[in-house]
Design a protein around this ligand. Structure first.
Ligand code: ZN
Length: 85
């Protein structure tokens, strides 16, 4: 078990709860859904915070998705070039 959540970093309310579930993040204007995120949600102001491990996991999913998109863009671009030749 994780330690009890502390206080909200935004409003310092102690009404912070650990929640687990999918979260949507925005990365470079795109929305990326990350499944199974464990985060702390402030019941007072709605702020959601993740710990270091969890944020690394989120980064890898969000950046991983972005990387895949970049790769498929590159493949599409090279196809276009080949067709032009
Ligand atoms: Zn708060």
């Amino acid at each position: 078990m994780r330690p009890r959540p502390g206080k909200c970093p935004i409003c310092f309310s102690p009404r912070v709860r650990v929640v687990q579930g999918p979260l949507e993040f925005e990365y470079k204007g795109r929305k990326v859904k990350v499944l199974d995120v464990e985060y702390e949600k402030c019941l007072a102001c709605g702020e959601m915070t993740t710990d270091y491990d969890e944020s690394k996991h989120i980064d890898s999913v969000v950046l991983g998705n972005a990387e895949e998109r970049r790769k498929s863009c590159r493949v599409a671009a090279s196809k276009t070039v080949r067709r032009d030749l």
